[in-house]
Design a protein around this ligand. Structure first.
Ligand code: FAQ
Length: 317
């Protein structure tokens, strides 16, 4: 396409975005916008799918039937979120299998948080309270993302994530109000999960490659640091309410700003985990590769059956 035509299409596109008109799959969009969405949405999908693994570790060890049923339902919800998101990626012309290969070959990222182990039952509480809590903080604004299919998928995802957050907070509250050993278990889990939860929001704004452009395109509605601050402000009073201590000696309410000041994140740890050297990176990717290999016969059988049905239907008509 000629450059002048492209420039005017880009202007019309940005004008639509500025006027809060959703961009739909068949609408014109700049290549870089499409690429950014494919990157973010596929990585988001991978996070939902890989994110099932740390909780799956506790399904057979949940302390009672109710907890087990709730945990199973939550993990199934995460699978559903992954599937909506892979479908949203397909509306952009990407091939779902290619994006999954990117994950398995280490070309695509997924949230750093899922590379930490879940060592005790209290970790199930922390995943719900903190990890789903952080996910909601990030995803509620994505319901207003400029790309229609992503925004619509997020509405349902957020409803389910808020149930997840509450079930996690319920687990943590019960432990915190239980025996001294249970309270200690909750505190120890909070000590391990707090900082990785803050890392979920991504690098500081000054080091974020994509934020400025994604804000202009209204894919992102808040910067990484804004969302992180909102999460800290919302979560600290919850910890106080149940008598747990956030493991940050620099944490202090700032009367002037009306927000909590907090300590420096260990960015070396963050980048190590993102680059594949976290405690569970190898285990997580191996589990996903194995699942794909184990499911091959099901996919083959389903394809053969679909072909057989199509042939039969053709004969009948
Ligand atoms: N981990 O320039 P930015 C969930 C990468 S869902 C790993 O700031 P951007 C549900 C980033 O990709 C959780 N990598 O990037 C659940 C980029 O590298 P690239 C997932 C990270 O995209 C709960 C580079 O660093 N949620 O938890 C991380 O503007 C419980 C520079 O970063 C979403 O994916 C990280 N934490 O902002 C499931 C939400 N942070 O791609 C089971 C949608 C940054 O150029 C159990 N995504 N990087 O190679 C987003 O909102 C954004 O993509 C951000 C990053 C905010 C994650």
């Amino acid at each position: 396409m000629e450059k002048n035509n492209l420039d005017s299409l880009d202007t019309i596109f940005q004008d639509k975005v500025d006027r809060e008109i959703k961009i739909e799959p068949k609408d014109y969009m700049p290549d870089a916008y499409r690429k950014t969405l494919i990157r973010q949405i596929s990585q988001h999908a991978h996070s939902e799918i890989v994110g099932q693994l740390p909780e799956a570790n506790w399904v057979t060890r949940a302390p009672n039937l109710r907890r087990k049923a709730v945990l199973l339902a939550k993990i199934q919800d995460e699978a559903g979120h992954g599937l909506y998101l892979y479908s949203a990626v397909e509306t952009l012309g990407a091939d779902r299998e290619d994006t999954i290969d990117d994950l398995h070959e280490g070309r695509a990222k997924y949230s750093s948080i899922f590379n930490y182990p879940t060592l005790t039952w209290a970790d199930m509480g922390m995943v719900g309270w903190l990890v789903d809590g952080a996910a909601i903080m990030n995803q509620v604004p994505l319901c207003r993302c400029s790309y229609g299919p992503y925004a619509r998928a997020m509405v349902r995802v957020c409803k389910e994530e808020s149930f997840h957050q509450r079930q996690g907070f319920e687990i943590v509250t019960q432990l915190a109000q239980g025996t001294p050993v249970q309270k200690e278990m909750a505190q120890e889990a909070l000590n391990r999960w707090w900082w990785p939860a803050l890392m979920m929001f991504g690098p500081n704004d000054a080091d974020s490659t994509h934020t400025a452009q994604s804000m202009k395109w209204k894919i992102k509605r808040h910067t990484n640091d804004e969302l992180r601050q909102m999460f800290v402000d919302a979560t600290v009073p919850q910890a106080e309410l149940i008598g747990l201590k956030i493991p940050d000696n620099d944490l202090k309410f700032n009367e002037e700003t009306g927000h909590y000041d907090f300590g420096e994140i260990d960015w070396d740890e963050f980048w190590q985990v993102v680059k594949g050297y976290g405690p569970c990176n190898t285990e997580r990717v191996s589990a996903r590769k194995k699942a794909k290999e184990d499911g091959l016969w099901v996919r083959e059988a389903a394809n053969v059956y679909a072909e057989k049905r199509a042939r039969r239907n053709k004969k009948v008509s």
